[in-house]
Design a protein around this ligand. Structure first.
Ligand SMILES: [Zn+2]
Length: 102
């Protein structure tokens, strides 16, 4: 499954909608960013007009924002960015070797 085919996820047991949008056609909406999220509305928006690795990084970044906001962890943006980069790297380097089974 390609990442942009994901349109529903659960975060901490709550259903979230994932919306993929062309950032070049929605410049004002994205405000210079590659993603946005709202944990109250339970929705994540991702710019899908970038490279696959960047899409994954942005997706993980916005999921982390939702987790952090739900848990009221109050991390700074640079901490979210660093965690997203580390988790994305881990996934890309190990995904083929990880099998989730019962
Ligand atoms: Zn952010």
């Amino acid at each position: 499954m390609k990442i942009e085919e994901i349109n529903k996820i659960k975060i901490l047991g709550k259903p979230y909608k994932v919306v993929w949008m062309d950032g070049d056609k929605n410049v004002d909406f994205f405000e210079g960013k590659l993603g946005k999220s709202n944990h109250i509305l339970q929705i994540i928006y991702i710019d899908d007009a970038c490279a696959d690795e960047q899409k994954i990084d942005t997706f993980i970044h916005e999921v982390l924002h939702c987790i952090i906001d739900n848990l009221d962890l109050r991390l700074e943006e640079k901490q979210v960015h660093a965690l997203a980069c580390a988790i994305t790297s881990f996934i890309l380097e190990n995904a083929k070797n990880i099998v989730f089974t019962d």
